[in-house]
Design a protein around this ligand. Sequence first.
Ligand SMILES: [Zn+2]
Length: 195
Amino acid sequence: MPDLRVALVPVGKMDGAEVEEAAARVSKVIRGAVEVREPLPHPKSAEDATRGQYGTPAVLAEARGALQRLGLRKTVGGAAAAAAPALTVLVTDLDLYAPARDWVLAETDAARRISIVSVRRLREAFYRRKADPGKQRARLAKEILRAVGRLRGLPDCGDPACAMAATLSLADVDRKGERYCAGCWKRLSTGAMRI
Ligand SMILES: [Zn+2]
């Protein structure tokens, strides 16, 4: 079996219950346990006060130094693995941007095996629409599944219903299922090579 040991790490004030719910949904799809770690501190140094946003390279850099020290909060969907998780996905409610991008839903640093997903723009409230917790939870699970695939070196998938389909807008996220297509799952579960 490939190394699909996943850990989710809340950042700052991110709601822990929301992260645990996402862990349960992701665990079902990858058919393995997902760890939820203690939260990382608020990434003050990554803040761009003018934009009201946080730069993903700085958030990831700050997180990398602190990850080793984070305790385990909970293991969801199976027994805890003996070894440290191979794939780490940070979950934040901060609004993220990246170099030359006004905003990003998620960003992956595959070389360092770390990824970040923001729930800020997955929430209907961001668009001044009525809250839809069910939709929001599904969106977060899908974005985490995509991050896991990216961390394993999977490219974008041409199947719009697959979790690995490119997400340029929220509509792209909503169009997906909470699953990988057969091809992507095979690559993930049989130890896909990095592209
Ligand atoms: Zn696919």
